[in-house]
Design a binder for this molecule. Structure first.
Ligand SMILES: [Zn+2]
Length: 275
């Protein structure tokens, strides 16, 4: 009997609508197999942006460390799990979606957190990465205690990253970096506003017949991450590989204000060796 009960419970966490969370979008409006159609479809933006960012960040990652690529590889999983969650609204989908975001943030901390802000008992980046790993594993396990609180905990990590960025940018005189910082924060605030509005202002949006703000959040947050992570990578390149003379450019055209930001290395390894 116990076996039957536990297998039913396992099947239960995979079943449609087993999550406590349901976003504002009407369920099964466009398909009987997809609970939230627009929220699911907008998750595919991750599959477009992540390969572009992997390609654009490659010259910097090759010089600094190929582990940098793990951040955008993990972002592909965020998109995949997000699509699965909004398609099924299952408990497993919710946990995979939230935990993949947690692991993206953890990877961001491990590869980019400024050396000078390490706790005093940490000597190098590999021991800092191990510390981040331990904290992430503990957070992963504790996320099952009260799953509805996870999204708020994730936003707290996001706020700490923002604080670190502000500290790092305080003495920055680089106009291109400052503009990128303003764009990243603006996109992030806009994204969070959409997320909160969908969560708490649903009845208002239903009256306007526009229940798609969570999908808009997907699009804005992936752009905020593209802008923010490039800025962090640029600051990191200036600290860690200054000989490569990192510069900020926009793709496809540097003159456009709204391209994809990326790092151009003007110095080569050869120049480093000659020096
Ligand atoms: Zn979502």
């Amino acid at each position: 009997m116990g076996g039957v009960c536990s297998s039913e419970r396992i099947a239960g966490v995979f079943s449609y609508e087993s999550s406590e969370i349901d976003w504002c979008e009407d369920n099964y409006k466009h398909s009987e197999h997809v609970a939230e159609y627009f929220n699911t479809m907008s998750s595919f933006i991750f599959f477009i942006i992540a390969p572009i960012m992997l390609y654009l960040l490659h010259p910097y990652a090759r010089e600094r460390s190929l582990s940098i690529h793990l951040v955008w590889i993990m972002m592909i999983f965020v998109g995949l799990f997000s699509a699965y969650f909004h398609m099924t609204l299952s408990f497993v989908g919710q946990m995979l979606d939230e935990l993949s975001i947690l692991w993206v943030l953890a990877l961001g901390y491990a590869v980019w957190f400024p050396r000078k802000m390490f706790p005093s008992f940490i000597k190098d980046r590999s021991s800092f990465s191990r510390l981040v790993l331990v904290i992430t594993i503990i957070s992963t396990v504790s996320s099952f205690v009260k799953p509805t609180a996870n999204a708020y905990a994730l936003n707290c990590f996001g706020l700490h990253l923002l604080y670190t960025l502000v500290v790092e940018m305080r003495c920055c005189m680089d106009q291109k970096a400052l503009r990128l910082a303003k764009m990243s924060v603006a996109l992030w605030i806009l994204a969070i506003t959409c997320w909160i509005s969908d969560r708490f202002g649903c009845s208002f949006w239903q009256k306007l017949n526009f229940c798609y703000l969570h999908g808009v959040w997907h699009i804005l947050i992936v752009m905020a991450v593209a802008y923010g992570s490039t800025l962090v990578a640029y600051l990191d390149a200036n600290n860690e590989i200054p000989y490569s003379l990192p510069g900020l450019h926009y793709w496809p055209c540097d003159k456009w204000a709204f391209g994809f930001p990326h790092i151009v290395l003007k110095g080569t390894v050869k120049t480093q060796k000659q020096c």
